[in-house]
Design a protein around this ligand. Structure first.
Ligand SMILES: Cc1ncc(COP(=O)(O)O)c(C=O)c1O
Length: 451
């Protein structure tokens, strides 16, 4: 495609498209990339220049772009049923997907409620929790608890349980105040503390809140194992077990937001599978899933719930039902993409293969882990992160943008969060791509940290 067409796309986009999560004026200096197509882990611009999608296009892509198996499933589905409303109707993809996901929780979370984006799933979980308590005669339980640095999306309800100042502060007056408790972020360890110590300290903070307010609290919402949007803050799985025990003791619902960390991202299919309480797996009352569940193809989100929650709404009285909907709820194409995604997990033994990939990439990143300008190198499953130590505040303030631009010059799509550099690649990297990703990330880092 001609170069003038490429710049034409950029100019037209900047004239007509309002891009997400962007101060549009930054595009006076930061490039906008016109993507023409994708293959595997790579995105290509109109000139044929390629970029390794090392953050899976905002953490959604699992099995590469233009994956032949997902494409084939979607083409087949297109000729059968593109969409039908889910109120009063049902279809095979949504039934099959709900059954398969419930089976993955050992049928503890037996019902799935569908939406499109992650934030909508969070809204649903919050509303369901409040409404379930109300139906059970506990209408006073109207408050929510979230973690320091937690992120659950940008809609008003989801933002109210989000503690990232950059996204939240402008809308503060619109938001219902949530209780914000200590994060179990292992980087907060002091005086020889372990990650487990930090987790226990954070759980104690939650307990002191519950001791005072549990009668008014509907639910606690947690991103299991990795608080992604705050900069890939990782914690000990024991935190999840401790929170489950506290929620049981104080009669409060537990919401696990696995929108970013679900679907194998942390090494198990659901992140919470890595936690254990009294020899049993730790399951929440509500589990939110989105992003990777459709393989990164189509907007799909869902909330899985326990049967006692479902039963709290089951009644002859219509107003006791959960009267929430979105037009595209349970869209057949999106569900079919999800089924194709789950099939790949089985056919390719993905969780096992990812352990091998992760070991190789960790080894290749070893020079960065010990770099004297790097702090808190960390990894869980298919997520790697480290914190850069720029020379001064001015360098720190521009670090992320400079890193992003330099990475593009090295054929990498990487967007640090502040000074936290992270890799969250699709689960398809071969050995050459793993080596290339590590050596280029290091080269970009060396250049940007020396500027
Ligand atoms: C943990 C978590 N929850 C919720 C969301 C919101 O999802 P969406 O952007 O699809 O609304 C995100 C998005 O990054 C997320 O990381």
């Amino acid at each position: 495609m001609a170069a003038n067409q490429q710049s034409d796309w950029v100019a037209r986009s900047l004239r007509s498209v309002w891009h997400p999560c962007t101060q549009m004026q930054h595009h006076e200096t930061v490039p906008l990339i016109p993507v023409s197509h994708g293959r595997g882990a790579w995105l290509y611009d109109q000139d044929g220049k390629r970029y390794l999608d090392a953050i899976s296009s905002w953490w959604v892509n699992l099995f590469g772009h233009a994956n032949p198996r997902i494409n084939a499933a979607l083409k087949d589905q297109l000729d059968r049923l593109e969409h039908a409303m889910l109120a009063g109707f049902t279809h095979e993809p949504v039934i099959e997907l709900s059954e398969q996901l419930a089976a993955r929780t050992g049928h503890v979370l037996g019902h799935c409620f569908y939406a499109s984006d992650g934030a909508s799933a969070v809204e649903i979980a919050l509303k369901m929790s409040f409404h379930a308590w109300r139906n059970a005669g506990h209408g006073d339980k109207q408050e929510f608890v979230c973690l320091k640095g937690g992120y659950h999306g940008e809609t008003i309800g989801a933002l109210a349980v989000t503690d990232v100042a950059l996204f939240r502060d402008a809308y503060g007056p619109l938001l219902r105040q949530a209780h914000v408790v200590a994060s179990p972020d292992a980087r907060l360890a002091v005086d020889g503390e372990s990650a487990l110590d930090v987790a226990r300290r954070a759980a104690a903070d939650l307990e002191s809140l519950l001791q005072q307010r549990a009668g008014n609290i509907a639910a606690v919402i947690v991103e299991p194992l990795v608080q992604c949007a705050t900069g890939m803050a990782m914690h000990d799985p024991a935190y999840l077990a401790a929170v489950r025990a506290l929620c049981d003791r104080y009669n409060v619902h537990l919401i696990f937001d696995e929108i970013a960390v679900g679907c194998g991202r942390t090494g198990t299919f659901f992140a919470c599978e890595q936690a254990e309480l009294d020899g049993q797996p730790v399951w929440p009352d509500f589990l939110c899933l989105s992003k990777g569940i459709s393989g990164g193809y189509l907007p799909l989100s869902l909330v899985m719930t326990r049967d006692d929650i479902y039963q709290a709404f089951y009644s002859a009285d219509v107003t006791r039902g959960f009267l929430h909907s979105h037009s595209y709820t349970g869209n057949p194409l999106a569900c079919r993409a999800a089924l194709a995604t789950l099939a790949i997990f089985e056919e390719d033994d993905v969780l096992v293969r990812n352990r091998e990939r992760a070991a190789k990439l960790s080894a290749a990143l070893a020079p960065l882990a010990t770099h004297d300008k790097v702090q808190h190198f960390r990894q869980r499953g298919m997520i790697w992160a480290f914190d850069a130590v720029p020379d001064d505040a001015a360098a720190a303030a521009t670090f992320s943008r400079r890193f992003f631009s330099t990475a593009l010059e090295h054929e990498l799509l990487l967007r640090p969060i502040g000074r936290s550099v992270y890799l969250m690649p699709p689960y398809v990297l071969d050995d050459d791509e793993i080596d290339g990703l590590a050596t280029r990330t290091q080269a970009v880092f060396e250049k940007v940290i020396a500027e």
